[in-house]
Design a protein around this ligand. Structure first.
Ligand SMILES: NC(=O)c1ccc[n+]([C@@H]2O[C@H](COP(=O)([O-])OP(=O)(O)OC[C@H]3O[C@@H](n4cnc5c(N)ncnc54)[C@H](OP(=O)(O)O)[C@@H]3O)[C@@H](O)[C@H]2O)c1
Length: 267
């Protein structure tokens, strides 16, 4: 196959599994890491060419787009998992989150999608989160960032579909990647939310540890990439096939209650 796929955040978890799955499907795969030179052998998927990318840095995004050359498939996977009570989230942490999870991937897509449009073929997958569809207390910034990313994809989707270029969002549920150890957490010493926030974090970590493997998400991403008319949204993990239909049938208050119960919060 003569197609090139670019997967951001390919040094661990979903990105690494997706890069490996695309290599197995015959793509030439470029993966990214903030520090590709310092990755261990275990952090590199076989057959993946690793390039530097820091989504917090516009110059790094532009350098990656230049270094990658023509790309047929872009998987915007890299992201930060942030948590904290709404009123305690520092402004600089919010700005970084929206740069890394939203504006960075959007800029990279803006740089690569014109080539796809000119070649009249391409796929862009945004890795969102089921939390964007099932919002949760103490995750408001993360929920908002993933909803914003999905919004860009949904909005731009039919600007590009006439050119054979499809944008799609894959929403993972709880996936066992070790992301809990890398989650950023913000709370104040005297927070009135301290006990609930700690309980929610413990449940989040437990759900991640018992979540489905990253390879399941990679398989869904490959399905979206290889569909002739990819759907706007896919979801995987956390019983997605059951809970999305239920969400449409049940009253929203009940869905909110069930989401919070799953994270040991009574609302
Ligand atoms: N795991 C879950 O339960 C879950 C659920 C829903 C959604 N997701 C989403 O799925 C995606 C992947 O999650 P994961 O669990 O596989 O996470 P992970 O194992 O922590 O991997 C995150 C990847 O993103 C890269 N990265 C982090 N910050 C970056 C930055 N500022 N600039 C460029 N690259 C950066 C990391 O690379 P380096 O550190 O090498 O730079 C790493 O390869 C994320 O967008 C996450 O929000 C995960």
């Amino acid at each position: 196959m003569d197609r090139t796929a670019l997967v951001t955040g390919a040094s661990s978890g979903i990105g690494k599994a997706t890069a490996a799955a695309l290599v197995a499907r015959g793509y030439r795969v470029i993966g990214t890491s903030r520090r590709p030179e310092s990755l261990t052998a275990g952090q590199r998927a076989d057959g993946v060419e690793m390039l530097p990318l820091d989504l917090g840095d516009e110059a790094s995004i532009e350098a990656l787009a230049r270094a990658a050359g023509p790309v047929d498939v872009l998987v915007n996977n890299a992201g930060e998992s942030q948590s904290g009570p709404f009123e305690e989230l520092p402004g600089d942490a919010l700005r970084r989150l929206f740069q890394v999870n939203v504006l960075g991937p959007v800029r990279l897509t803006q740089l690569l999608v014109p080539g796809m449009r000119e070649r009249r073929r391409g796929r862009v997958v945004m890795v969102g989160s089921m939390l964007a569809s099932f919002p949760l207390a103490y995750r408001s910034s993360y929920v908002a960032s993933k909803a914003a990313l999905r919004g860009f994809s949904d909005g731009a989707r039919h600007e590009y579909s006439p050119f054979g270029v499809w944008l799609t969002t894959v929403e993972p549920g709880s996936i066992n990647t070790g992301i809990s150890a890398r989650r950023t957490k913000y709370t104040s010493e005297d927070s009135p939310h301290r006990a609930d926030f700690a309980r929610m974090l413990a449940a989040l970590d437990r759900n991640e540890r018992t979540g489905v493997p990253a390879e399941r998400v990679a398989a869904t991403i490959v399905t979206a990439i290889e569909a002739s008319r990819p759907r706007a949204h896919y979801a995987v993990g956390s019983n997605a096939a059951l809970v999305f239909p239920l969400r449409r049938l049940l009253p929203s208050g009940l869905v909110e209650k069930a989401t919070h119960r799953r994270h040991d919060l009574r609302r």
